[in-house]
Design a protein around this ligand. Structure first.
Ligand code: NDP
Length: 294
C-alpha cells in the first residue's frame, strides 16, 4: 500500500486564496486593511528566511506589513517599548515576535507584553488558557494547520485515537487541546514516555513534533493511519549536502500509513497560511466584526 500524500502546498494555497478574497471584501466593504507587524531581532539566518517568507505571503494576501528589524544587542526594555507602541497602533492588528530571541531577552516577558487580541501566534498565556478552557481566542498557527490537514483526510476527528509526540507550548500542547476540542481521544507523548513505539501503534492519527530526524519508524505506525509530520530537521547527507527531513522516516512510513504529509511541503506551508488567517480574524474582531468562517 502507498499512502495518500497530504499536499500541504496545494491545501495551503487554497486557504491563502480564501483569506485573500476575504481581505479584499473587508477592504472594499469596510475600508479595513488588516496589518501584521513581524518583529525580527538580530540576524539568525533561519529566522531571516522565515520572516522573508511571511512578509511575502502577507503582501500577496493584501495585508499591510509593519516589519520591525532590531539589532542583535537590543535591550529587553527597548523591545518591550516597541511592543507597547505596536499594541497601541490601530493599523497593527497582529504582532509576531520571531523566536528565538538573543539571551539578554526573556521571551516569556515579551510574549506576555503582546496584547492578547493581537497575539496572532497564539502564544500569550491568556490565549493558551482560553484554548484549554474551550473559549474563543487566537490559536497557534502550526497546530491549527495540522488539524486542517487532518480534516482533509477525516471528515470528523471525533472518536479517533490521536497521538501527539511533543509537548511544547508552541506545538504539542496546543495541538492536543485542539484535537480534544475536535473530540479525538488524545495521548501526548514526550521524551520520558515509556515504549513510544507501542503508544504510536494505537494511533489512528499520529502527529510527530519532537525535532528528531526520522525517529518515527514505519513499523511504529498502525496500518492505514494518518501521519502528520511537523518536524523540520536539517541533516547532512553522504555527499556533504544538507537537506531537510521530518520526524518520521517518510519512505518507510508511506508504505504503511493511509495518508501522510511530506517534509518539506506538508505542515510548513500551512503554518504561514494560518498566520494570515489569524491576522484577518484579529482585524475583524478588533473592528467589532465576527471572525470569517474559512
Ligand atoms: P521543542 O524542542 O520545544 O519540543 C520538542 C518536544 O519533543 C518536547 O516535548 C520533547 O519532550 C519531545 N521529544 C524530544 N525528543 C523526544 C524523544 N526522543 N521521544 C519523544 N519525545 C521527544 O520543539 P518544538 O515543539 O518547537 O518543535 C518540534 C519540531 O517541529 C521541530 O523540528 C521544529 O523545527 C518543528 N516545527 C515546525 C514548524 C512548521 O511550521 N513546520 C513550526 C514549529 C516547529 P520533553 O518535553 O520531554 O523534553
Amino acid at each position: 500500500m502507498s499512502a495518500r500524500i497530504i499536499d500541504g502546498k496545494t491545501i495551503s494555497a487554497d486557504l491563502r486564496g480564501k483569506v485573500t478574497d476575504a481581505v479584499h471584501r473587508l477592504r472594499r466593504d469596510r475600508g479595513i486593511v488588516p496589518g501584521l507587524a513581524v518583529v525580527l531581532v538580530g540576524h539568525n539566518p533561519a529566522s531571516k528566511v522565515y520572516v522573508r517568507n511571511k512578509t511575502k505571503a502577507v503582501a500577496e494576501a493584501g495585508l499591510s506589513a509593519f516589519d520591525q528589524d532590531l539589532p542583535e544587542d537590543v535591550s529587553e526594555v527597548e523591545l518591550l517599548d516597541l511592543i507597547a507602541r505596536l499594541n497601541g497602533d490601530p493599523q497593527v492588528n497582529g504582532i509576531l515576535v520571531q523566536l528565538p530571541l538573543p539571551p539578554q531577552i526573556n521571551p516569556d516577558k515579551v510574549i506576555a507584553e503582546i496584547d492578547p487580541d493581537k497575539d496572532v501566534d497564539g502564544f500569550h498565556p491568556l490565549n493558551a488558557g482560553r484554548l484549554a478552557s474551550g473559549l474563543p481566542g487566537l490559536v497557534p498557527c502550526t497546530p491549527l494547520g495540522c488539524v486542517r490537514l487532518a480534516k482533509t483526510v477525516h471528515h470528523s476527528l471525533a472518536g479517533l485515537e490521536a497521538v501527539v509526540i511533543g509537548r511544547s507550548n508552541i506545538v504539542g500542547k496546543p495541538l492536543a487541546q485542539l484535537l480534544l476540542a475536535e473530540n479525538a481521544t488524545v495521548t501526548i507523548a514526550h521524551s520520558k514516555t515509556a515504549d513510544l513505539p507501542a503508544v504510536c501503534a494505537r494511533a489512528d492519527l499520529l502527529i510527530a513534533a519532537m525535532g528528531r530526524p526520522e525517529m518515527v519508524r514505519g513499523q511504529w505506525i498502525k496500518p492505514g493511519a494518518t501521519v502528520i509530520d511537523v518536524g523540520v530537521n536539517r541533516v547532512v547527507g553522504e555527499h556533504g549536502k544538507a537537506h531537510i527531513v521530518g520526524d518520521v522516516a517518510y519512505a518507510e512510513a508511506k508504505t504503511i500509513a493511509g495518508a501522510i504529509t511530506p517534509v518539506p511541503g506538508g505542515v510548513g506551508p500551512m503554518t504561514i497560511a494560518c498566520l494570515l488567517l489569524n491576522t484577518l480574524a484579529a482585524a475583524c474582531i478588533q473592528n467589532g466584526l465576527p471572525a470569517p468562517k474559512i
